[in-house]
Write a protein that binds this ligand. Structure first.
Ligand code: PMP
Length: 356
C-alpha cells in the first residue's frame, strides 16, 4: 500500500532527493568513495557547499551583505546563538507557541526579555496582531510557522528594530523579502533536508555589536569567516539539502512552490470546514499552509481514535496531533504531493460516509 508521509519533522523529502543522496552515499561523483568518507575540505565537497549556499541565495533572492551558514545543533542551538550574538540589553519576543517559548526562555540567559504579545490564552490558535515592538530593544524575534499549533505569519512584517525569524517549518514555502530580516534560521528537517543541520541567513552588519565575549563555536562571525567550515560540518545532511534545493529550482522556485502549497492547504481546509465530523483549531486568517491542525467536532469526539486507525490503515502516516493540542495534524510540506493531500481528503469523506 502506498504510504503518505504527514510527519511534522523529520518529514517527507522529495523522492529524487532520497535517491540522489543514496547514490552519493554509495559512490560520490564517480569517485569510488562514499560522501561519508571524504574530507569536508576536498574540492568535491567544497563544490557542494558552494552550490548549496548559491542556491539558497538565488531561490530566496538574498541581497548582498548576508551570509548563509550550515551549522550543527539544530534550530534549538539558534535559540541560544541569537541572543548570544545580538542581545546586549533587551530583546523582544512574540509568543506564538511552544517553539517561540523555548526561544524566549534561552534569551533570558543573556538579558531582559519582553514578551510583546502572546496567544497562550487561546492555546496559540491565532497570531497576536495588536502589539508594539519596543524601539529600544536589540531585536524582535518571531516564529513564522508554529509547527505544533498550525498558525503562520505569511507576510514579511515591518520591524523598527532588527527582525529575527525562526523559519524552521516554512522556509522555502513562499517568496521572502530577506532584506526585512537580520537573521533567519531553522532546522533543515522540514522543507530543506534531513535532520542534523540548521541553516542561518545572517546580515553581516548586525554582528559584532555585543560587548560580551562569545565562545568561538557560538560566534556567528567564526562561521561567516570560515564559510561554515571552521569545524567539520554535517556533510551528508548538507548534500541532501543541496539535492532539495536543486529539486526546488527545477520545479520553478518559491513562487511556483507557494502556489502549489496554497492549493494543497486550501483543498484540505475546505474539507475540514465542509465535513461535519471535523473542525480546524487555528483561526482561519492565521492558518498555516504547512501544518494543518484539526480535531473531531464536539459531538463526534469519541470517534477520534477510530479515525486515526481508519486513516492509518489507508496509508496515512504521522497525522496524530502533537500531545499538547491533540486531534490531528497533517504536515503538508513542500515535498508532499497534491495526490497525498487528496488521499487524506478521500479518507475523511469515506469516514463521514460510514459514520453519518
Ligand atoms: N522551531 C520550530 C518552529 C520547530 O518546528 C522546531 C522543531 N520541530 C524547532 C524550532 C526545533 O528544531 P530542532 O529540533 O532542529 O532543534
Amino acid at each position: 500500500m502506498k504510504k503518505y508521509n504527514f510527519n511534522a519533522g523529520p518529514s517527507i523529502l522529495p523522492q529524487v532527493v532520497i535517491e540522489k543522496t543514496a547514490e552519493a552515499v554509495k559512490d560520490f561523483n564517480g569517485s569510488g568513495l562514499s560522501i561519508m568518507e571524504i574530507s569536508h575540505r576536498s574540492k568535491d565537497f567544497q563544490a557542494v557547499m558552494d552550490e548549496a549556499v548559491a542556491l539558497f541565495k538565488e531561490l530566496l533572492q538574498i541581497p548582498d551583505g548576508y551570509s548563509v551558514l550550515f551549522l550543527g545543533g539544530g534550530a534549538s542551538l539558534q535559540f541560544c546563538m541569537v541572543p548570544y550574538n545580538l542581545l546586549e540589553k533587551k530583546a523582544a519576543y512574540l509568543n506564538t507557541g511552544t517553539w517561540a517559548n523555548k526561544a524566549l526562555k534561552e534569551a533570558k540567559f543573556f538579558g531582559e526579555v519582553v514578551e510583546v504579545a502572546s496567544s497562550k490564552d487561546a492555546l496559540y490558535s491565532y497570531i497576536p496582531k495588536d502589539y508594539t515592538i519596543p524601539a529600544d530593544a536589540d531585536y524582535f524575534h518571531i516564529t513564522t510557522n508554529n509547527t505544533i499549533y498550525g498558525t503562520e505569519i505569511r507576510k514579511d512584517i515591518d520591524s523598527p528594530i532588527p527582525l529575527v525569524a525562526d523559519m524552521s517549518s516554512d522556509i522555502f514555502s513562499r517568496p521572502l523579502d530577506v532584506s526585512k530580516y537580520a537573521v533567519i534560521y531553522g532546522g533543515a528537517q522540514k522543507n530543506v533536508g534531513p535532520a542534523g543541520v540548521a541553516f542561518v541567513i545572517v546580515k553581516e552588519d548586525v554582528l559584532g555589536k555585543v560587548s560580551r565575549p562569545i565562545p568561538t563555536m557560538l560566534n556567528y562571525r567564526t562561521h561567516v569567516e570560515n564559510g561554515s567550515m571552521f569545524n567539520t560540518p554535517p556533510v551528508l545532511p548538507i548534500y541532501a539539502c543541496l539535492e532539495t534545493l536543486r529539486w526546488l529550482k527545477a520545479l520553478g522556485g518559491v513562487e511556483v512552490m507557494e502556489k502549489i502549497n496554497i492549493e494543497k492547504a486550501t483543498m484540505l481546509y475546505e474539507e475540514i470546514d465542509r465535513n461535519p465530523l471535523f473542525k480546524g483549531t487555528a483561526v482561519p486568517e492565521d492558518r498555516s499552509i504547512m501544518n494543518v491542525c484539526f480535531v473531531m467536532s464536539d459531538e463526534y469526539k469519541d470517534l477520534e481514535q477510530e479515525f486515526l486507525k481508519f486513516a492509518t490503515e489507508r496509508g496515512m502516516v504521522g497525522i496524530k496531533g502533537h500531545r499538547s493540542i491533540g486531534g490531528f495534524r497533517a504536515s503538508i510540506y513542500n515535498a508532499m504531493p497534491k495526490e497525498g493531500v487528496q488521499a487524506l481528503i478521500d479518507c475523511m469523506r469515506e469516514f463521514e460516509r460510514i459514520n453519518l
